[in-house]
Ligand binder design. Structure first.
Ligand code: CP
Ligand code: NVA
Length: 313
């Protein structure tokens, strides 16, 4: 695997399958010592519940040590450059797991440290979330082929990683979002290149009702991502009339349809309670899978040259 994991584009289809397979093994039989002696730093510029706790817990379970750094308490908040920070942390830790406002920050870190850099969410992507989502989908449907995932809402970081992840493993993805809130253009182009190999489709449009026909998975995320709080009123005004996941929309989908959301969710906004708290919702499986999937990711990235893992499972 590459040194860093900033994007779903940093992991091949085969590597995705390897991570998911190891995650399944780790769920059955936890191995305790694989990160022993390793120190990993979590440097977060934004709040987190799932990402922080699943990483910290996973690192502890694997015998490594985790140091949580709220970026506002570091010298970055007083103007020290990201470049210098990365060069310094390089001397202390084996990996930097960073949640940042700007994806550029991760790229600068990556360039100036030999430590592994892992994207724990940026404005552009949320790749760890999507690896966990892929495991959740595979557990539910056993395969990726012939599945249709429809993402409805804001073309944000989660949506970008989802598009790339689906395109790589061969899930058809259709995105419905208001004009002006589309996913990243380069990401769509990149994903469409992957679909030539995976024989799947990436469709982007504005009409949820049309898209949702035959959907096996309906996925949404908050309309107001971290850092967009000042746009909240305007965003709710734009999204609410057409982009809320509710029973009316759900009924149009395939009979085996499931509901997915990375959480935190805002009931009554992007999704109604009857859907997210209903029998077809798998949002807590998604959240739960963050732990084994990220453990598997860390092992695959950081433990190498010690013989086949299967001999130690
Ligand atoms: N889904 C997710 O990343 O949640 P947190 O913001 O709580 O980490
Ligand atoms: N799109 C959301 C995801 C939170 C996990 C955000 O960036 O705030």
């Amino acid at each position: 695997m590459k040194k860093d994991f900033l994007s779903i584009d940093d992991i091949t289809k085969n590597e995705i399958f390897n991570v998911l397979d190891l995650a399944v093994e780790l769920k059955k039989k936890p191995i305790r010592n694989l990160l022993s002696g390793k120190v990993l730093c979590l440097l977060f510029e934004k709040p987190s519940t799932r990402t922080r706790v699943s990483f910290e817990s996973g690192i502890n379970q694997l015998g490594g040590s985790a140091i949580y750094l709220d970026a506002t308490t570091t010298q970055i908040s007083r103007g020290e450059s990201v470049e210098d920070t990365a060069k310094v942390l390089d001397r202390y830790v084996d990996a930097i797991i960073a949640r940042v406002f700007s994806h550029k920050t991760l790229e600068i870190m990556s360039k100036h440290t030999n430590a592994h850099v892992i994207n724990a969410l940026s404005d552009l992507e949320h790749p760890c979330q999507i690896l966990s989502d892929l495991l959740t989908i595979r557990e539910r449907f056993h395969d990726f082929e012939s599945l249709k995932l429809v993402y409805i809402g804001d073309g944000n970081n989660v949506c970008n990683s989802l598009i790339l992840g689906c395109a790589k493993v061969g899930i058809d993805i259709a995105v419905a979002c208001p004009k002006g809130y589309e996913p990243n253009r380069n990401t769509i182009e990149l994903a469409r290149n992957y679909t030539k190999v995976s024989k799947s489709r990436v469709i982007v449009g504005t009409e949820p009702k049309e898209m949702v026909k035959d959907a096996n998975i309906i996925y949404t995320d908050t309309w107001v991502s971290m850092g967009q709080e000042s746009e909240k009123k305007e965003r709710i005004r734009i999204f609410k009339p057409k982009y809320q996941i509710n029973n009316k929309l759900f009924k149009i989908a395939a009979s085996d349809v499931v509901f997915m959301h990375p959480l935190p969710a805002y009931r009554g906004k992007e999704v109604t309670s009857d859907i997210i708290d209903g029998p077809r919702s798998i949002v807590f499986d998604q959240a739960g899978n963050r732990l084994p999937v990220q453990k598997a990711l860390l092992v695959k990235m950081m433990v190498s040259g010690r013989g086949p893992l299967s001999t130690r499972l």
